[in-house]
Design a protein around this ligand. Structure first.
Ligand code: MG
Length: 203
């Protein structure tokens, strides 16, 4: 399986990092070794002094597909989950400055936290889905899928032009505003609506 992540998919987040607003989806990948499951501790890597949390809705692909049209994209997933796209922001800034790929800053071990999934039918309108991240009990990120620049179905259409989607592939759909650094002993909890999707400690 592969992990595909969308960058800069929420206006306020693109602005908080002083990025241009994209005119087409920006995507990058993480390897399967980046997955962190089962609410395990996230060990902050020593190569960065500025690891940021980014809470994101996650789509799990349930059938093989290539060049999928947006109007059929909903047939390729039936669950939505929540995860964290951990990012070594200091390394990412250096890489962007040099025009280099982002992998060092994005694809490191345990950088893709994955919580639970909820069936689509239980969630109702997927284009109006509220989700949030609490750090030490305080809401630090509050997002809604209605604020995505590119919808889930548009993202699937776009990615599948370039990359075949396979069963079990994950798409992290971008983070809303409010990203920030994670520190040792921080307690992170993620929610879709009121439903807790993950709950872990940084170490
Ligand atoms: Mg992200």
């Amino acid at each position: 399986m592969k992990i595909i992540c969308i960058g800069r998919n929420y206006l306020k987040h693109a602005r908080e990092l002083e990025n241009d607003i994209p005119t087409e989806p920006v995507f990058f990948m993480k390897p399967d070794s980046a997955l962190l499951l089962d609410n395990r501790h996230f060990y902050i890597p020593s190569f960065s002094n500025d690891v940021h949390y980014e809470v994101e809705l996650v789509i799990k692909i349930n059938r093989l597909g290539k060049t999928i049209e947006a109007r059929y994209a909903h047939r390729y997933y039936d669950e939505v989950g929540l995860g964290v796209d951990f990012t070594a922001r200091d390394l990412q800034r250096q890489l962007i400055e040099k025009g280099l790929p982002w992998e060092k800053a994005k694809a490191f071990d345990a950088s893709a936290v994955l919580g639970g999934f909820v069936p689509k039918e239980e969630l109702g309108d997927l284009t109006n889905l509220e989700f949030s991240l609490r750090k030490n009990g305080e809401v630090v990120q509050l997002g809604n899928s209605k604020d995505m620049i590119f919808s889930v179905d548009t993202i699937i259409e776009y990615i599948s032009k370039f990359v075949t989607l396979k069963i079990g592939d994950l798409i992290y759909t971008g983070t809303p505003a409010g990203v920030g650094p994670v520190e040792i002993n921080d307690h992170l909890e993620g929610f879709i609506g009121e439903k807790m999707m993950f709950d872990f400690l940084a170490k």
